[in-house]
Structures are given as structure tokens and as C-alpha cells.
Design a protein around this ligand. Structure first.
Ligand code: 13P
Length: 287
């Protein structure tokens, strides 16, 4: 059964580790992440962007696929199905479809509008026992056509949003979606510490987990980050493994063109990437 992310994140914050949110794109992705979480006895959050939701034929299809896998694969570790960077309407649609967690990204609205919209969702999620992530200070890079500049969040605004009663808060601290440029200045731990100071025990979310060096990840966890989002890194691993298979001409040998064979190296690569991140985040054995 899908669970809210609340308990797993509070436990992570207390235990000084982070739960990974891994974004899904299709059946192979979902199966790879769930099987790895089960094997490593780790809690996990499956992230679905609005674009990926559309690609997978809508939120109801996603809920059906994930629930089916939890049953058929005998998954017993805590799993949350979470909307990533949702619009207000997208959050409502996911709640109706059976997601156990949603993110409302109101970071591009003026703070007052972000507060109003987030408040409405706090009430709905509370009644239904779902977890809710809010965002202050947009994350850099491009995701589903939305381009953020990678700004640092205002700690006072973070407190205003945290006080509404959200479950977890994404605060921009110079992080970027996708690959980090050569001249990236790194995470602003000054901002993170100031946000933590204002929001107290609220689990913090670090977006743009791809390519952040291990020491920065560990420092972020020590400063209150309890959820780390990873998307691009699984895509890169999947693409590289698939390229290697095709370039070696394996799709031309025997029944190598069978999608179950063609997609197997990519599947294994996602498993390896997820396992590596779970080790780094410290969530292994914490289910
Ligand atoms: P990356 O694609 O950089 O790993 O970021 C993922 C993310 O933050 C999803 O919200």
C-alpha cells in the first residue's frame, strides 16, 4: 500500500539520513526503483512530473501501475507516490487519482499567492492523510519547460510557508536540475543553515540531486535535508547502457531486438544508480 511521505521523512530527519525521490518515466523505471528499494530495505519516493504523468497516459495509469507492482513484487518497504513540481490543478488531479503525496510548486508566484494556494492544499492533504511539499526560491535549470534561475530562498518566506503546516519544504539553495555547469558555485550552506534556523524540525528537500558531490550531500543532510530528488542521473545511466548494447550490435544478434532484452542493460543501470544513491543518502536498512 502506498504511504504518505510524512513518517519516513520525519524518521530520516531524526536519524540524519535522507530518503531518495527517484523520478519515474515508464514500467522499467518504476520496477527498477521498487526492486532496488526492497532489496536494500530502504524507504523510497517515486516522483512523477506532470510531463511524465502525461507520457504515462495520465495519473490514474500511474497509480494503477504502481499499486499493481507493490502487490505483484511483494514490496513491503514504505513507498510514497509523489507529484513532482505540480501546478495547483495538477496536485488536485493527483490527489483524486490516488497519489499518496504531492508537491505544489508555487515558487514562481508572488509569496502571497504561493501562501494562498499552498494553504488550500494543506487543508485537503490533512483531511486525506497525504503529504504535501511546498517550494520557496526556484530551483535552477529546466524542468517541463519551466526555467528557474537557481535562486536562494528567503528564510523568512520559508518560515511563512512552513508554518502553514506543509509536510516538507523545498528551498532553493543554488541547486539546479540536470547536469551542473563547470562553473557552478556549489550549494549555499549559509542559506540552508538560515532556512533550518527558521523552520526548525521541518524536513527539507534538496532538488537537483544529480551530480552533487558526496561531501555536499552529507553536509546538506547534517543541516536538515531529509529528501533528495534524483532524475537526470537515472536517465543518463539508462541511455549510456542502452547505447553500449546497441553499439556492440547486440540488438542484431539472435533475439537481441526483443524489448525485454534491449531494455535490460538500461534497467540494470537504473538499479545500480538508485542503489548508489541510497547508500550515499544513508537510507539503506531504514525501512
Ligand atoms: P535532477 O534531474 O537534477 O536529478 O533533479 C531532479 C529533481 O529535482 C526533480 O524534482
Amino acid at each position: 500500500m502506498l504511504v504518505s511521505a510524512k513518517e519516513m521523512l520525519n524518521k530520516a530527519r531524526e536519524g540524519k539520513y535522507a530518503v531518495g525521490q527517484f523520478n519515474i518515466n515508464n514500467l522499467e523505471w518504476t520496477k527498477a526503483i521498487l526492486m532496488t528499494a526492497q532489496k536494500l530495505n530502504s524507504p523510497v519516493i517515486l516522483g512523477v512530473s506532470e510531463g511524465a504523468g502525461k507520457y504515462m497516459c495520465g495519473y490514474k495509469t500511474v497509480v494503477g501501475m504502481v499499486n499493481g507492482m507493490l502487490d505483484s513484487l511483494n514490496i513491503t518497504v514504505p513507498v510514497a507516490l509523489h507529484l513532482d513540481h505540480g501546478s495547483f490543478e495538477g496536485a488536485i488531479a493527483c490527489i483524486n487519482a490516488g497519489f499518496s503525496s504531492v508537491m505544489f510548486d508555487g515558487s514562481h508566484y508572488p509569496i502571497q499567492e504561493n501562501i494562498e494556494k499552498t494553504t488550500k492544499l494543506v487543508n485537503t492533504c490533512e483531511i486525506l492523510g497525504l503529504s504535501l511539499e511546498a517550494e520557496v526560491g526556484s530551483i535552477g535549470g529546466e524542468e517541463d519547460g519551466v526555467i528557474g534561475a537557481g535562486e536562494c530562498a528567503d528564510p523568512d518566506e520559508c518560515k511563512m510557508i512552513a508554518d502553514l503546516g506543509v509536510t516538507m519544504l523545498a528551498a532553493g539553495i543554488g541547486n539546479i536540475h540536470g547536469k551542473y555547469p563547470e562553473n557552478w558555485a556549489g550549494l549555499s550552506f549559509e542559506t540552508l543553515a538560515a532556512v533550518k534556523e527558521k523552520v526548525g524540525d521541518m524536513p527539507l528537500v534538496l532538488h537537483g540531486g544529480t551530480g552533487i558531490p558526496a561531501d555536499m550531500i552529507q553536509k546538506a543532510i547534517s543541516l536538515g535535508v531529509a529528501k533528495i530528488n534524483v532524475n537526470t542521473e537515472c536517465q543518463l545511466a539508462f541511455a549510456a547502457a542502452t547505447r553500449e548494447y546497441v553499439e556492440a550490435g547486440k540488438d542484431l544478434q539472435g533475439k537481441g531486438f526483443d524489448p525485454r532484452k534491449l531494455l535490460a542493460p538500461g534497467f540494470d543501470a537504473i538499479c545500480a544508480t538508485v542503489a548508489e544513491k541510497m547508500e550515499l543518502f544513508g537510507s539503506v536498512g531504514k525501512a
